[in-house]
Design a protein around this ligand. Structure first.
Ligand code: MG
Length: 473
């Protein structure tokens, strides 16, 4: 049961699309080459901002492979995450549900920590569990951050294989906090006693973060080669460019953008190697690769944080910079190359990939995703017309079509001010004003009323899950 807020509108949109296709022929591409069980690779960067890729306008960060992926595929410009910080954003992507429903959002703690007691409830269905129903091989490579205890690890959440760190790369800090602040977080890898795990075993501690991006790429390539004869899902969740920043010696000191640019260039290089492997193995036609990020840039770290480009604010906030992300879909001969300004979210990946693999959606819970197939394969409209912006378990803002209303605004990490509840919500026309500079709330009560109806409908079936983040040991 997806939020059927604009069923009627959607019906007519779909009808018009179908008529157009029937009368004009197939002017997009199709997913026929994908077969019944396409492979899926989700590459998820950490704290990479909307403005941090060459193809999204960064003047000095070089990302030739992602730029090429965007040229050959689709670059989405209105693509969102389910939360503006790591844990709830990851829960949203993997469950296809707003984290407030699963309890993976909290008003006590924003993310999980090494002393957290709980994690993703076993009652949640992850995308990996969903695809396993039709025989996929599944790997999680990189940062998990949905519970570090064995029962919450990827291997107990539908993934056959796990290689990565169980929480953020700045945790388990050993050292001097003043030094940390002075270095804008960039202390040596030994200062972060983060474990590196293979399946349920710790194989290295502290994880050598200088080489971690390279090793995630190598693990991904090995998994592709090993599983080339059966369908697979690879969830490659890089733990960078989340601060502290590390790059291997081939990339260190090479970017004009400094260490942040080095890190992004190394991730980009890995993307190029993964795409090359798919081509070599003849898997490029029946694989979909999607690249996006879990939340906006961590601006309070100054020069070491990324950039949201022309969007306001960053990580931790419900301004656009916190939750709108770069997103590139790639599948040559299936996905019609385009720049897409339709609405999409990471939660739609669950729904879209389930549809492509022929797995029925769960019927016993509210799902928050939409099937983006018409947009991806036919250059048609996205069925999504709204976005909800949560901070913890509270709805702070909502978008309907091109308009966004802020009911509450609040800064994060000491920036962008205190919490303000807006009696007349702030209203922005994001198509005309993506930077959210010109509030038109007072002039357009009728638009605010429309958004209010969307919110009320959404809240009418909202059951908040038990907080999984608050309890520590
Ligand atoms: Mg993050």
């Amino acid at each position: 049961m997806t939020d059927q807020v604009f069923t009627k509108k959607l019906y007519f949109k779909t009808l018009i699309t179908l008529i157009l296709f029937n009368s004009c022929g197939n002017f997009g591409q199709s997913q026929e080459n994908l077969g019944k069980t396409p492979n899926f690779i989700i590459i998820f960067a950490d704290d990479l901002g909307y403005g941090d890729l060459g193809t999204y306008g960064h003047p000095t960060i070089k990302t030739p492979y992602l730029d090429q992926m965007a040229t050959e595929g689709q670059k989405w410009t209105n693509f969102y995450v389910g939360a503006s910080v790591c844990t709830p954003s990851r829960a949203a992507l993997l469950t296809g549900r707003l984290p407030v429903r699963s309890g993976m959002a909290s008003d006590v703690k924003r993310v999980l920590f090494p002393n957290s007691k709980f994690g993703l409830p076993t009652s949640e269905i992850t995308l990996a569990e969903q695809l396993k129903k039709v025989g996929y091989s599944t790997a999680c490579i990189g940062k998990w951050h949905l519970g570090h205890k064995e029962e919450y690890l990827p291997t107990n959440n539908g993934f056959d294989y796990y290689f990565g760190i169980p929480y953020s790369n700045d945790m388990d800090f050993v050292g001097n906090r003043d030094e940390y602040r002075e270095a804008n977080g960039n202390l040596p890898t030994e200062n972060f006693n983060v474990p590196l795990m293979r399946n349920t075993e710790i194989i290295e501690r502290p994880a050598d973060q200088n080489t971690i991006t390279k090793r995630y790429t190598q693990e991904t390539i090995a998994y592709i080669k090993k599983n080339k004869d059966n369908p697979f899902l690879i969830y490659l969740a890089h733990n960078l460019p989340h601060i502290p920043l590390f790059a291997s010696k081939d990339f260190l000191g090479k970017s004009k953008r400094g260490i942040y640019g080095d890190v992004v260039a190394e991730i980009d290089h890995g993307v190029g190697q993964i795409i090359a492997t798919l081509k070599e193995e003849g898997l490029d036609k029946n694989t979909i690769v999607v690249f996006t990020s879990d939340n906006g840039p961590w601006l309070s770290y100054g020069i070491n944080g990324g950039s949201a480009g022309l969007l306001k604010a960053g990580k931790g906030m419900t301004w656009e910079g916190g939750m709108r992300e770069p997103c590139i879909f790639w599948s040559p001969s299936n996905i019609a190359p385009a720049v897409v300004s339709e609405l999409g979210t990471t939660m739609d990946l669950f729904t879209t990939f389930s549809a492509l693999a022929g797995v029925p959606m769960p019927k016993d819970r509210v799902m928050d995703g939409y099937d983006l197939s018409v947009a991806l394969f036919k250059n048609g409209p996205s069925p999504r017309n709204g976005v909800f912006y949560y901070r913890g378990t509270q709805l702070y803002a909502a978008r309907l079509g091109g308009y966004k209303a802020h009911y509450i605004t609040q800064g994060s990490y000491g920036q962008f001010g205190d919490k303000v509840v807006h009696n007349t919500p702030l209203l922005y026309n994001l198509n005309e004003d993506p930077s959210e500079n010109f509030d038109i709330g007072a002039k357009h009560p009728e638009i605010l009323a429309d958004i209010d109806r969307l919110v009320k409908k959404h809240q009418s079936n909202l059951v908040k899950g038990k907080d999984q983040l608050a309890d520590v040991e």
